[in-house]
Design a protein around this ligand. Sequence first.
Ligand code: ARG
Length: 339
Amino acid sequence: MDDSSNCFSSCVGFGNNYWSPRLFFSIWSSNDDLKADVLLKFRFVSRNANAIKSQVNNILHQNFELNESFLKINTSLPYLRDVSEVQAEHILNSGCGLGKELPSMDRIADGKISKKADWPWQASLQIDGTHFCGASLISEKWLLTAAHCFDINKNPRVWTVSFGTTLSPALMRREVQSIVLHEKYAPHKHDGDIAVVKLSTPVTFSSNVHRVCLPDTNFEVMPENKVFVTGWGALSPDGFYPNSLREVELKIISNDKCNQVDVYGGAVSSGMLCAGFLTGNHDACEGDSGGPLVISHNRNIWYVVGIVSWGIGCAKENKPGVYTKVTHYRDWIKSKTNI
Ligand code: ARG
């Protein structure tokens, strides 16, 4: 089973905030082609929680042992354990790609303010509390971003990361432990514009902060596919920088089209992809760099397919945004982060 078909989606029903879970158990069942994590949260209101806990435990053990023929249970793991509400939220939100639920609408939206929890992997890379670039959370410790974000400063100690849809107040902040730039990247150039950033302390996942899915090398995006880019970048080339995260819906443009003489005339290499409209109007802009270009795949699971990299101006006719193509660098990401 891949990352996207994890417990996350099947557990949503248990994630109601008004529940105050005190116990949950996990079953790891597997055979050759199926592995499932199942979490059930219990809330015990009575005082004799321990008695109920051991009763539940017995029932589970008995049933699982009877059903061993089709369910292989890892009995070395405790069936029941106590967790705090924060830990339970962390586990329930540890899957990737659960974000905005796409309504069945086909109209293209103008850039607009994003709703809380729509893009929970979006991070802001900052120096002295000032936003410089976007980034995407790909695990509890790693962010994916653009290498050119660090042209200004490569020292991890000057950088901090914030999460949540508003820059101020931020929902969560972290310090940076290390920055790994692609070996092929040269400052102020566009090739190899990818970097991974390791946080000093892992984030605690919640419904508002969790990771995006990374596509496999063979994940294909097609021209005309609907994608979204998000960020706190400028609303126009010299325009104002918003405090609230914004999103805009774009379409993938083929590299052939993007390399036409009147567009980028060959500057778009196989490690890049274009998204936007040749008619202009919708685009990322300064300050969005490093941020995610995402696509919804299967049941609203979001994959980061591009990293905001470059463009001529913003939202200009024949000058769409150019993104680092994540699948092209998938093995590089794995080699640096083990994700
Ligand atoms: N280089 C810009 C930055 O550092 C992002 C450029 C994206 N431009 C565009 N038109 N899509 O924030």
